[in-house]
Design a protein around this ligand. Structure first.
Ligand code: HAM
Length: 422
């Protein structure tokens, strides 16, 4: 790969999309949008700049330290959105009385987070958001997950490529309560436990102690995080709870969609955002060590906490960076710039009007025609358009105008056909 001189690079963590990158991005966006529409989600969008007030975070949430903040010329405190969920909640709260629920919305949102850049981690990414608002039953989680798996299938990935781990914040709350850890410490404990595997355990111990857990509570929290499956969880709890029943039910719901293979219970999935209240999930590439492909869960209190009417929600965010890395690693990355159906060139000014007419007819018929901008030699024209992306090419010279016909060459098949120039 050619080295880009420093002063031509975008700001650190930001991204340029050259035509070949754009083709790949468009293919991913198209798979997302098509899957969402097939599942009955409708698209929305919103401003990239939000009020800082809306985005102010619970302490302990990493995302709070990653905000790009600034003041506008009227001294308003603003920020670039790091995620779409607070904006979605704001939009729903603003029209609550006019909307009918449950509603299913999707967006492809550009988000900004001032993160340490590593593989799969940029300061700017696009995120597919799928959310169902106003549905309390597990059907919402199942429908969201089925939709996301349908997009993965469209991108050529299957249950062997992607493992979706799920757990439940409500279940973790039951377990913490069973261990004698009072509810007031739960949210801080969730955010600390989410960091397992990302920072050393002794730092997590410190975070848990800071969250108000006693030494023996910390030990209990670690015992909970070592529970292997739902049977272990049941034994720890000494019986069933509604949260445990829901966690056990989710794979059965996915089996109705033929998708239980994608899902495994993992007590370690906690999520680093404070608003989740129920089922939470994160998906990872099975054969590669990468950041999560997507993550989400149930957030039943967010709208109420923002000052709107209480409303349950389930949703996920699916970034474009990790999926593109994964598709590339698998060799399944859509590549090459957009295709051109016909390239039209001409030798002299005298043939320009005929070339323009030809391109015009093709364009009016809905095909993509690339018209040369100046006269050139046939060798230069065919050398230029033969580099890929063009299906057919026609080059007009004085003889073609005299005969009233031209030869259209198929560049890959090396075949030719005659067309009238009228
Ligand atoms: P999140 O887990 O913070 O969730 O982000 C979702 C996905 O966005 C991640 O799994 C990852 O693919 C991608 N992503 C996030 N940050 C970056 C980054 N710096 N560089 C590259 N990719 C990134 C949320 O944002 C929730 N709002 C999702 C949600 C929607 N929950 C309910 N509805």
């Amino acid at each position: 790969m050619t080295e880009i001189p420093l002063h031509f690079e975008p700001p650190r963590g930001m991204r340029d999309f050259y035509p070949e990158d754009m083709a790949a991005r468009n293919a991913v966006f198209a798979a997302w949008a098509e899957a969402a529409r097939r599942f009955g989600f409708v698209q929305y969008d919103a401003c990239v700049v939000e009020s800082l007030e809306l985005l102010k975070r619970k302490s302990g949430e990493e995302i709070g330290d990653q905000l790009y903040t600034f003041k506008d010329k009227s001294d308003r405190d603003l920020a670039l959105r790091p995620e779409m969920t607070p904006t979605l909640a704001r939009m729903i709260a603003a029209r609550h009385g006019m909307l009918s629920f449950p509603l299913k919305w999707f967006a492809i949102a550009q988000c900004f987070r001032y993160e340490r850049t590593t593989k799969g981690r940029k300061r700017e990414h696009y995120q597919w958001n799928l959310d169902i608002l106003g549905e309390e039953s597990l059907s919402a989680e199942a429908e969201i997950l089925a939709c996301v798996f349908s997009a993965l299938t469209a991108l050529g990935l299957n249950a062997q490529d992607v493992r979706t781990h799920f757990s439940s914040r409500a279940l973790l709350a039951d377990l913490l309560a069973k261990a004698g850890i009072s509810e007031e410490h739960h949210s801080a404990a969730f955010l600390a436990l989410d960091k397992r595997g990302k920072i050393p355990d002794d730092e997590i111990v410190l975070l848990l102690r800071k969250a108000g857990l006693k030494q023996e509570d910390v030990a209990a929290a670690f015992r909970i995080m070592a529970l292997n499956d739902l049977d272990d969880v049941r034994s720890f709890l000494g019986g069933e709870t509604p949260a445990l029943a829901a966690a056990a039910e989710l794979p059965r719901r996915m089996a109705d969609y033929g998708l239980d293979d994608y899902l495994c219970f993992d007590i370690g999935v906690v999520r680093g955002l404070g608003y989740y209240t129920g089922i939470v999930f994160e998906a990872y590439a099975a054969a590669h060590k990468m950041r999560a492909i997507f993550g989400g869960g149930r957030y039943d209190r967010l709208l109420g906490e923002l000052g709107g009417n209480a409303l349950s929600g389930v949703g996920l965010g699916f970034g474009d960076v990790v999926i593109m890395d994964l598709l590339q690693a698998k060799g399944g990355m859509p590549s090459g710039p957009d295709r051109i159906d016909l390239a039209v060139g001409f030798m002299e000014e005298a043939q320009r009007p005929a070339a323009v007419r030809l391109a015009r007819v093709w364009r009016e018929e809905g095909r993509r025609a690339d018209l040369a901008l100046h006269c050139e030699k046939a060798k230069n024209f065919f050398g230029r358009v033969g580099k890929g992306g063009v299906t057919e090419a026609v080059f007009l010279g004085p003889d073609d105008l005299a005969s009233g016909t031209a030869r259209v060459k198929n560049l890959s098949g090396r075949t030719e056909r005659q067309i009238p120039l009228k």
